[in-house]
Write a protein that binds this ligand. Structure first.
Ligand code: ATP
Ligand code: ZN
Ligand code: MG
Length: 306
């Protein structure tokens, strides 16, 4: 039994039948085929090309971040329902016996684990803010960083575009409000070129994050009222609505305050990021051009160096 048998659409069905994604017994934890990965690699190189003129520092993260940094970013305030924490076995031999017995009897053995010093990274820019803060005040130019990470979000779904582990590439801008807003605007204006190079239909719309609980609705409303989040939407499956394949976020002083990032003049830094969902972009390409990448338009293949 795997979630393939519960496929929510004919496109999902076809993706699995073609072997582009290989399902497991957990929704949102599929393996990727060589053809799928070739598209992700092509996108990765294209994103590097798109950002060549912004002079970003490159930083790559492992898929986990420190628990201390994670606490600083305040993720648990907004999105406790999506977080994933790493727990490990730290017991003695007696505890090991108890653990094996528990597993053999099919009982819950997680109680016998202890929290590790790390958690799973929820977004590629999160591990960056404490690192920038630790460097001291920014220069007058602020900071521009190209980050990437595997990300985890506990949102099991049979929609292949809503994975539990996926890759995110981001360009992050840290500095004054003007610097961050200009940067976000510059990337919003690049959407027609990005969609054009890929040969996909896409649009931009105002968005909000899925904040937790009753207070979350107020946060989401305020995020929309202040135009803090935009998304590039593209059809990436049979869902009635197009899927967010990129996001353009202005966090104002949130991470600057939480993590202690200062501008050159001592004021709290503002931050913003432009995120690319690697798997969702690949799915949009497969949905809009077909499951055989060898048959895609020549210009799309050229953009992805296929
Ligand atoms: P959604 O609104 O669909 O939940 P999001 O707004 O929460 O997505 P962001 O936090 O802005 O997403 O993350 C940046 C990008 O990462 C998104 O634009 C998307 O392309 C990708 N992404 C987010 N969640 C997932 C997921 N569960 N599976 C695959 N890609 C994802
Ligand atoms: Zn980000
Ligand atoms: Mg969204």
């Amino acid at each position: 039994m795997n979630y393939f048998s519960k496929a929510d659409s004919s496109f999902t069905d076809a993706l699995f039948k073609a072997g582009l994604l290989i399902p497991t017994e957990v929704a949102g934890l599929a393996a990727r085929s060589g053809q799928f990965e070739a598209i992700v690699s092509g996108l990765d190189a294209m994103i590097t090309r798109l950002g060549q003129d912004i002079g970003a520092e490159t930083v790559r993260f492992p898929p986990a971040m420190t628990r201390v940094s994670f606490e600083k970013t305040g993720y648990m305030r907004g999105f406790p329902q999506l977080a994933g924490s790493i727990h490990c076995f730290c017991g003695d031999e007696k505890a090991h016996c108890a653990l094996l017995t528990c597993i053999a009897e099919g009982r819950d053995w997680s109680q016998l684990l202890a929290p590790a010093e790390s958690v799973l990274t929820p977004a590629a820019c999160y591990p960056l803010y404490p690192i920038i803060a630790a460097r001291g005040s920014l220069s007058p130019d602020g900071a521009t960083v190209d980050v990437a990470s595997w990300c985890f979000r506990h949102e099991p779904s049979i929609d292949p575009a809503r994975m539990q582990m996926f890759r995110m590439r981001e360009y992050v801008r840290i500095g004054s409000p003007q610097q961050v807003l200009a940067f976000r605007q510059q990337w919003l204006e690049r959407v027609p070129d990005i969609a054009g190079q890929l040969g996909i239909h896409a649009s931009v719309d105002l968005a909000n994050d899925p904040f937790f609980g009753r207070a979350g609705q107020l946060k989401a409303d305020s995020q929309r009222e202040q135009n803090l989040k935009f998304e590039m939407l593209a059809q990436a499956g049979d869902q009635p609505k197009p899927t967010a394949c990129m996001s353009f976020n202005y966090h104002q002083e949130l991470f600057g305050t939480m993590c202690g990032i200062r501008q050159w003049n001592g004021e709290v830094a503002h931050t913003g990021c432009v995120g690319f969902g690697m798997e969702r972009l690949a799915l949009a390409l497969f949905y809009q051009h077909g499951l055989q990448s060898s048959a895609w338009p020549a210009s799309t293949r050229a953009a992805l160096a296929l």
